[in-house]
Design a protein around this ligand. Structure first.
Ligand code: MLT
Length: 406
């Protein structure tokens, strides 16, 4: 008799965004004339930058020639892309990351979900609340938690991100080994200063812990004092893995390209207490389970770092930030307490209603899709998240409808 992995039975019925998509589809079926505006899932709406499209086309044409054809590429990514990433995203900001520490992949979702496989099943895990559900669910699937009760899994150390701490969690009260952090934060849109991040790096060093730093939204940072990478903080190379994506800056959500940085100094420990570098383990996993991102997609990603590409990406991100600014302004005028919208595409809105009730109300009365905060954790109860990923015209219409509905 084949037995299943019972950890899957501990999961909530379905993935948050699938749940929302189903509710919205059912609403649209019942109200076919209603023009629904989606400010829910953080999916980009604008086309790929011209520089990326040109590089994409050229690479597809190359693939049609004898001399330019590419079969299996290096699992870790082509050198041209890894070097462009190291030069532009790290060395240009004073962070000493080299090309061979970068692993190109098809998404930060997969990488943040898969990385936990490298660590022991009894690793003590700290996860922010509210949180991007992937970090938590993948640890549940792996068996690092007990059952779910009152919005929380037993065995996880939750790092509350609340109005009181400006949505930047404090150090855990009990010792932990693996710490997930995400800044600019999804879902709250909050940011972290270099000084605050240094506190986490120092904690990880003192406690032989490791930080998994999700920086998928770094391109939205406009405040020059904020760190774009954890490696801008001294000492982070030994204790942090960073995740980045081309999804939110260059619009690659449907094209798929991301990367993970695993510095050579980064270690975890074996049962005898010996230091074990994580880099060769992630390399081993990547080579075994992943066959690389396609050549044309990597050429398109490389174009993000051309002069033309940089200007186009800045304009693209700027357009979403303009939406964020509008959402934040209207939400503020309506008297809500909120965070985000600047340095981030998300606006985290506090209300005294149940967040699913608020979601239903916005959908039925305004035809606007948001994400209920409770879907991101217990601390998200009483909150909703609005995303700035849409056209300015749609955001203007959505905010006008929300104004009317409230
Ligand atoms: C979100 O809406 O939180 C994100 O789009 C989800 C993702 O990037 O996978």
């Amino acid at each position: 008799m084949l037995k299943i992995n019972e950890n899957y039975l501990k999961l909530q019925a379905s993935y948050l965004f699938s749940d929302i998509a189903r509710k919205v589809a059912s609403f649209q079926e019942q109200h076919p004339d209603m023009d629904v505006i989606k400010l829910g899932i953080g999916d980009v709406t604008r086309p790929l930058p011209d520089a990326c499209i040109k590089a994409f086309h050229a690479a597809v044409d190359e693939m049609g020639t004898e001399s330019g054809f590419h079969g299996y590429g290096p699992e870790q990514g082509y050198e041209f892309l890894r070097q462009a990433i190291a030069d532009n995203d790290f060395q240009a900001r004073g962070a000493k990351i080299t090309a061979d520490e970068i692993f190109v992949s098809d998404g930060a979702k997969c990488d943040t979900g898969n990385i936990q496989e490298l660590f022991s099943i009894d690793a003590r895990v700290a996860i922010p609340d509210p949180v991007y559900p992937v970090y938590l669910d993948t640890n549940v699937m792996a068996g690092r938690t007990g059952t779910f009760a009152d919005g929380r899994y037993q065995g996880i150390t939750y790092l509350d991100s609340t109005h009181e701490n400006s949505y930047v969690p404090e150090l855990p009260a009990e010792p932990v080994d693996l710490i997930y952090l995400c800044f600019p934060n999804n879902p709250t849109g909050s940011t972290i200063s270099k000084e605050q991040l240094k506190i986490w790096v120092d904690y990880a060093k003192e406690n032989k812990a490791l930080i998994l730093f999700d920086a998928a939204y770094e391109a939205f940072i406009r405040d020059d004092s904020l760190p774009h990478s954890i490696y801008e903080v001294e000492g982070a190379r030994e204790v942090a893995i960073e995740f980045r994506s081309f999804s939110k800056n260059a619009g690659f959500t449907g094209t798929r390209c991301a990367y993970t940085v695993v510095p050579k100094e980064c270690v975890a420990y074996d049962s005898a207490g010996n230091r074990q570098p994580v880099h060769p383990l992630w390399n081993r996993r990547h080579c075994t389970k992943f066959n690389g991102v396609s050549y044309p997609v990597q050429r398109a990603a490389e174009a993000v770092y051309s002069d033309e590409g940089k200007a186009q990406v800045r304009e693209l991100v700027g357009s979403y930030l303009k939406n964020g600014d509008l959402i934040a302004r209207v939400i503020g005028e309506l008297g809500f307490d909120y965070v985000g919208g600047d340095n981030s595409p998300y606006i985290w809105i506090r209300s005294d209603r149940d967040s699913w009730e608020f979601f239903d109300m916005l959908l039925t009365r305004a035809g606007v899709v948001c994400t209920p905060g409770a879907g991101f954790g217990k601390c998200g109860r009483g909150y909703i998240r609005l995303s700035a990923f849409n056209s300015y015209e749609n955001v203007e219409r959505a905010m006008e409808r929300i104004r009317q509905a409230l």
